[in-house]
Design a protein around this ligand. Structure first.
Ligand SMILES: *[C@@H]1O[C@H](CO)[C@@H](O)[C@H](O)[C@H]1NC(C)=O
Length: 260
């Protein structure tokens, strides 16, 4: 963790704990503010995993975000956001993809387990063929490269990993109806096993990455992967922009003509 990650903001609310062999990172949120970290490196393609145990109990109003972003003008971004909920009510996993500054590609899911009881692995696989979001190795969303059909795909800007925990009780839980209960603060999410060894590190002076040595760079879902993806989407998807015809009265975005 020390080698790969730097605390970005939040004073003492973000901490890396442990020794060289076993480390965890914690982000917390209290009434004053949240906290966040980022990866030291920038990446261009690869598979990046982290294990995360979300805020237990009443986490309503909180958002734990974990994403790749190039930041800046016309940024690319691949987002996981975990929207908290009242005790016993399910977290929502919110996902989005920005290409050249344009997002509006939200999809939301519930999970098939309680993400606050144990660590689970959340992965972003990003290669020139597609972007795949995975939870414990199960694909929940795939965004294919269809540039040949004029649909933009992020592939020219390196991205860093970011994560932050903040208060978003104006919109996060049931659309903002349920507010953060500050008597439960501080709220803490715990991370471990950040793994970017299967991603290509990009620096201004060097970039070399070969699919010969990294099979994820040419990975695409096989029949089993596609069946699992369909299982998740049939049973756990609660929102897709591609079904939101009210939002796009002029017609759905072009990638929506190719259902997963
Ligand atoms: C919270 O729980 C309610 C009730 O089960 C559910 O409809 C909602 O999707 C959950 N998530 C959020 C972020 O509101």
């Amino acid at each position: 963790m020390y080698q790969d990650i730097e605390i970005l903001w939040g004073e003492g609310r973000a901490r890396i704990l442990g020794n060289n062999y076993a480390q965890i990172l914690t982000l917390s949120l209290d009434k004053s503010s949240g906290s966040g970290f980022r990866s030291r490196h920038q990446f261009l393609f690869g598979k990046i995993d982290i294990k995360l145990k979300l805020i237990p109990g009443n986490s309503a109003g909180t958002v734990t975000a974990y994403y790749l972003s190039s930041l800046g003008y016309a940024h690319d971004e691949i987002d996981f956001e975990f929207l908290g909920n009242l005790s016993g009510d399910p977290y929502t996993v919110h996902t989005n993809i920005f290409t050249q500054g344009k997002g509006n590609r939200e999809e939301q899911f519930h999970l098939w387990f309680d993400p606050t009881r144990n660590f689970h692995t959340y992965s972003i696989l990003w290669n020139p063929l597609s972007i795949i979001f995975l939870v414990d190795g199960v694909p929940i969303r795939e965004f294919k490269n269809r540039e040949s059909l004029g649909i933009p795909f992020p592939k020219n800007q390196a991205m860093r990993v970011y994560s932050s925990l903040w208060n978003a009780d104006d919109w996060a839980t049931r659309g903002g109806l349920v507010k953060t209960n500050w008597t439960q603060a501080p709220f803490t999410a715990i991370y471990r096993d950040f793994n970017a060894h299967q991603a290509c590190v990009w620096t201004s002076s060097s970039f070399s990455c070969s699919s010969k040595y990294n099979p994820w760079l040419r990975y695409s879902l096989d029949a089993i992967g596609r069946a699992r993806l369909r299982w998740v989407r049939r049973n756990y998807m609660i929102y897709s922009y591609c079904s939101d015809t009210h939002r796009f009265p002029q017609g759905l975005p072009p990638e929506c003509s190719f259902p997963s």
